[in-house]
Ligand binder design. Structure first.
Ligand code: FAD
Ligand code: FES
Length: 284
């Protein structure tokens, strides 16, 4: 197949990649190949995607997904989703979708064979520093999504990963089978139905000395707690803790400024300069 698309960049109109129709600059129509229940009420939705783009994709980037049928206009705006896993051989992307609003409920209800309009990849990536050997992941709820892909990249490169995940209850936790075998996995639930009873940030101190780098994704209160927990741990000079911000987004391409994050460098459009930021850089 010919490809007019370079890693998701460059104008491409109606070029076919492994059965995927690229409909414009960085957008394509993926076909749903699998839908799997996960983490209570959430689902993993797998879509076909252009192989050249999937091959070059790195963790942290996200896609803006049109969560409606073509002939409808509600919800008008695309919804941002991190990549849970990417399979370059199959040419697929898997998204973790928690249904709670109009767009996410629509996306979670897709069936195998449905087409979905997708824009991306967008945003920046997590960065593993070259000398890091031990990585600590801290995930809260659906924030687990980009950290699974980052973990797969790290393990493929021979790095050690400890994965911490927190949820309200046991049903909201990711099953260990979704992580590579070599990963140490520890969990916390707020109601104590599995693992540590309390918040996942409670477990972080015991891994701080071991970790060369820390990556996190979750709700804002988790980041505040992480900042407090780690304020005494200045053990990562030059290796800031990298977090993924989940601001509400409209355009996803830096045009509307609906997603700005206040940082020590000034206001930052998180869809372009983020969603990954250094924890200490963000002002709350
Ligand atoms: C970079 C990025 C990556 C994301 N990755 C994922 C992912 O992998 N999986 C996933 O399930 N979700 C993810 N999200 C969140 C997802 O985009 C929202 O859940 C989705 O936009 C909600 O759309 P909706 O139409 O269902 O809800 P809406 O109808 O737009 O909103 C319903 C209600 O939820 C509130 N709301 C909307 N978005 C958020 C939000 N992000 N946080 C808190 N409250 C919100 C609204 O204010 C409203 O009250 C990500 C967000 C960003 C910015
Ligand atoms: S979502 Fe429009 S500028 Fe970021």
């Amino acid at each position: 197949m010919t490809s007019g698309m370079d890693a998701g960049r460059g104008p491409s109109i109606d070029v076919s990649h492994n059965g995927v129709v690229v409909t414009g600059n960085r957008s394509f129509r993926g076909v749903v190949t699998a839908v799997e229940a996960v983490m209570g009420d959430s689902v993993l939705v797998t879509l076909t995607a252009p192989r050249p783009m999937v091959r070059q994709l790195r963790s942290g980037r996200f896609f803006e997904i049109l969560c409606r049928l073509d002939r409808f206009y509600d919800p008008l705006l695309r919804r941002p989703y991190s990549v849970f896993t990417a399979d370059p051989e199959a040419g697929t992307l898997t998204f973790l979708v928690r249904p709670f609003g109009r767009g996410s409920v629509w996306l979670a209800a897709r069936a195998v064979g449905d087409e979905v309009d997708v824009l991306g990849p967008l945003g920046n990536t997590y960065e593993i520093v070259p000398r890091a050997r031990n990585l600590l992941m801290v995930a809260g709820g659906v924030g687990v999504a980009p950290l699974v892909m980052l973990t797969e990249e790290a393990v493929a490169n021979g790095l050690q990963v400890t994965f911490l995940m927190g949820a309200e209850d046991a049903a909201g936790l990711l099953a260990p089978a979704h992580l590579p075998e070599l990963v140490e996995y520890a969990v916390a639930t707020e109601n104590g139905t599995r693992g540590h009873e309390g918040f996942i940030t409670d477990l972080v101190p015991e891994y701080v000395a071991w970790a060369d780098q820390i990556f996190a994704c979750g709700p804002e209160p988790m980041y505040r707690s992480l900042r407090t927990t780690l304020s005494a741990a200045s053990s990562h000079p030059g290796h800031p803790i990298q977090i993924s911000m989940e601001q509400s987004m409209a355009c996803g391409v830096g045009a509307c400024l609906g997603c700005v994050v206040e940082t020590k460098r000034g206001m930052s459009a998180s869809c372009v300069e983020g969603p990954v930021y250094a924890l200490e850089e963000v002002i709350w």
